[in-house]
Write a protein that binds this ligand. Structure first.
Ligand code: PLP
Length: 380
């Protein structure tokens, strides 16, 4: 039985071009980029090449890209180093629907004396820019709002947030782990000062990511040690991972607009058919401003985890809410924040798809879901 992979929000298959590009750096070209001989210089050059490709994808300077171990590290760095920069009790504004990499870091900083405002969201999962502006205080040191939500796909009003941040002279960090390489991002125009991204969400390897850090913001480092990454991120570079991420960006960037359009079409087709063919279903998140490959639906009178088991038996890989929090029995904080009653939150499934997904996959998934939703409802 062939699997139909519907969990691109959790991770994506590594593209063949990426594995091919990484191969030499796992075998013959093993030099440490900090060394001086040719074998090392080759590795160093490959890292710098990847940096340039990534910088170009965002319209920034290569010197503003810092390689990290992924989204979690980049998020931790942006928040913790912002607080270190202003040791007097600072205030951070974020939202209630952030990934735990942001929320738990904020809780950690609160325990250290920081003040944090968690902005609520509307039923589509978006913050209000008026509420953001009202939340700003004289001691606000950072605004950190995610680009797009990992569970319900809602895209935040980034340009407006960036404008408010700029007008008040406050740095704006965005966790773009779900958005980067899925929607076009131009950091200058959008007023973004820092941006987190992770390679495994767009066809690259796991354990590799980056932080875009504007040259105008002199943040310190998260890790102490060697002088790598211009003294800002210690530790021998994950050369193969960085090369793989660079290649993933090169491929994804080339196809971005076309893929975005194709996936939006598949997404809307899936939503339309669910709403038409299955009674008592609800779309969670924004109808329009949402990630191209994200569909989050609640199937009323059905337990999400039970449906997932049946889908798995038919080779369909999907997830309940978000992969990072599912399995622990708690109701998703995101679905709670959009005001979904607990019964509907427990009935939610996230289908997330991407490059390898075809229209036939969508048709098949809808059919299998429909059959199994009926089956579970009949058992009640
Ligand atoms: N932020 C968001 C929005 C995510 O979806 C994820 C992962 O799912 C992360 C951060 C963490 O990224 P990583 O897995 O690279 O640590």
């Amino acid at each position: 039985m062939e699997n139909i992979y519907m969990d691109y929000g959790a991770t994506t298959p590594v593209r063949p071009e990426v594995t091919a590009a990484m191969q030499p750096y796992l075998t013959t070209c093993y030099g440490n980029p900090s060394a001086q001989y040719d074998l090392a210089v080759q590795a160093k050059n490959a890292v710098e090449q990847a940096r340039s490709v990534i910088a170009a994808s965002l319209g920034v300077k290569p010197g503003e890209i810092y390689f990290t171990s992924g989204g979690t590290e980049s998020d931790n760095w942006a928040l913790k180093a912002s607080v270190d920069r202003k040791p007097e009790k600072g205030h951070i504004i974020t939202s209630q629907v952030e990934h735990h990499a942001i929320l738990r870091t904020c809780q950690y900083l609160e325990a250290k004396g920081c003040e944090v405002t968690y902005l609520p969201v509307n039923e589509e999962g978006c913050i209000s820019v008026e509420q953001l502006e009202q939340a700003i205080q004289p001691n606000t040191i950072l605004i950190s709002i995610m680009y797009a939500n990992n569970e319900i796909g809602s895209i935040q009003p980034i340009r407006k947030i960036g404008e408010i941040a700029r007008n008040h002279g406050i740095p704006f960090h965005t966790d773009a782990v779900q958005a980067y390489m899925h929607v076009p991002i131009r950091v200058q125009e959008e007023g973004i000062t820092m941006l987190s991204a992770s390679a495994h969400k767009f066809g690259g390897p796991k354990g590799t990511g980056f932080l875009y850090l504007s040259e105008k913001l002199p943040l310190g480092s998260l890790l102490q040690g060697g002088g790598q990454e211009r003294g800002r991120r210690a530790g021998t570079e994950n050369v193969a991972g960085i090369v793989g991420m660079g290649e993933a960006v090169r491929c994804a960037d080339r196809e971005l607009r076309q893929e975005q359009e194709r996936l939006c079409r598949l997404r809307d087709q899936m939503i339309r058919t669910f709403l038409r063919d299955i009674p008592y279903v609800r779309l969670n998140g924004a109808a329009r401003d949402r990630l191209p490959g994200n569909v989050n639906m609640s199937f009323q009178f059905v337990e999400g985890p039970s449906l997932l088991v049946l889908l798995n038996e038919e080779g369909i890989c999907a997830s309940a809410g978000s992969a990072c929090s599912s399995g622990d029995g708690t109701v998703s904080h995101v679905l709670q924040a959009i005001g979904l009653p607990e019964e509907l939150a427990r009935a939610a499934i996230r289908f997330s798809f991407g490059k390898e997904t075809t229209e036939e996959d969508i048709v098949k998934v809808v059919e299998v879901v429909k059959k199994n939703v009926q089956r579970l409802r009949n058992l009640r």
